[in-house]
Design a binder for this molecule. Sequence first.
Ligand SMILES: [Zn+2]
Length: 348
Amino acid sequence: MGFVEKVRLLDYWKVQDSALQSEFPRSRLVLMVDRRLLVTKDAPEVRMVEHSYGDLKQLLGEYGLQFDLSNSCLLDALEAETDMIPLFGTSIEAADPPEDSPISKKEVLRQLGNSLGGSFTDIRMAMLTMKEERQRNLLAKFQSLTKWAATYRRCPKCAAALKMRTSKSGAECVTCQRVYYPTFSPVSITLITDPTNEHALLVRHRGSAGGVFTAVAGFAHTGESMTECARREIAEEVGIEVDSIRSLDMSQPWPMPDSSLMIAHVAVANMDQKISVCPDELETAQWFSRHQVRQALETTLSDPFLKNLPRTLDDRQTLHYIPPAGAIAHQMIRQWVDGKINCHNSRM
Ligand SMILES: [Zn+2]
């Protein structure tokens, strides 16, 4: 089946509850338990583990766990033998074992992961370490729809109950019939270079892992273009003005803490401006040479789970790492190190 047919089928399933419900027993599913994602274990690449409906029902049943459409959202349509079947994300809670239980909940989840062919991991870690863009974007959708469906229970206009679609792609008010759609926020993320394009200004966020530097990012405000957002965020966070901004052909859905869409930019600023960081958000912001950034990129690639983070206070403020490969910041910084990003001949 071609792309157009697939898109139209997804669109149909999104709104036709009974059609999607009848597909559920044929579907494949990826799983979160207690907001932790089931991923492949000890494989060279971190990926979501998929199960058929029947297998998952049986394997979870052995642990007294159940799932249904109420805690599942539609993620994609997959090629089956002669047609397409839905891919669902299902998110369930595991009850705590009784107080006198000889084994802890952590151990139960470890065993459950094993019998499901994987292990449970933190969503942020999964986003940062999954290599394939499609997998990351499906996880972003899974987490965002799950959270949105759990939050949007009443109509913001008239406070009546909302009827959630089976797909979790929308909800209709039972009284005033308004339809609400999953919300997300646009975010600009900007790599700042100097006019020679040999230096980049990177920042360290308050509370982030020691020695990890990244690009400047922030939420767009109402009434702003993305370029205006990028320019304002740079002024707010590092206290400098940029001469030019260009959007890069890169974006990434990101589900934490809430659903956002990161949109990549590059900007040029003179290095003689005094940097003054916003103390609420940043610990430090510094210019680095291409060589220094390349070293941090190499360290990150050789230690993708950031296991050797610096511990001392001074060392935490030194560039050791950039974000792991699953983050758009990583891709932007990597392209810049490789000389594929420059901002010359561009305009505001
Ligand atoms: Zn209403």
